[in-house]
Design a protein around this ligand. Sequence first.
Ligand SMILES: NC(=O)N[C@H]1NC(=O)NC1=O
Length: 227
Amino acid sequence: MDVIPVGPSPPFSFGTERNPFGGFCRKSSGPRVRPSPTSKPPREQRTLKRYETLGLLIASLLPPEQVVNSEPRRPLPSALLAPRSQRTSLSLPAPPLGPGPGRRSWHRGAQGQEGILRCHPDLAGRELQQGTLTAESRREQRGAGLMSLDAAERLRLAELNAQYRARFGFPFVLAARLSDRAAVPGELARRLQRPPAEELRTALGEVKKIGRLRLADLLGAAGLAGP
Ligand SMILES: NC(=O)N[C@H]1NC(=O)NC1=O
């Protein structure tokens, strides 16, 4: 069977933190490095990024022996090296959350799971208003009705998103296509109350759902969007 090469990443960055799947995400603190709408990466780089994301999604579904890291000095994410039966290792031991030295070293450690969450824009956030979301995110958020919120609903979500980020250190992530505008604030308020380690696992599970749905779209396949 063919092997799927992983990495190296193309030379673009939305920050300086490398996520566990090879891309760059925003750092949790400090000034945010954000491309302005007028400085989008060139078309080829966006296309490359899409292919890289697709390759990594596919790699995450394969047994480790079929995944080859084409960048010698960059180790594969540990989540990809685990036997497939344990690949739900996005439910690995809880990292220390919140401010403090433990969190920093965890960030730099082998897991770095939290980084993937920071790749996600807020639901109904500024990027949606400013039109700077990726086409996929925009479609997902629009499908959930998040583009039609009134001012009070938007404010409520913005407050909840800010509280969530302050508590957990990463943005609230939810597979918008499996939800809707009426359910999102309640779900956000509910998850805001959860213990950090549990919430991290839930949030990573949502990333997997989003990935599966996007992969199903890309492959034109039905049935990949299961639990
Ligand atoms: N924060 C967050 O959940 N963002 C997203 N969810 C989703 O389904 N698409 C997104 O952009």
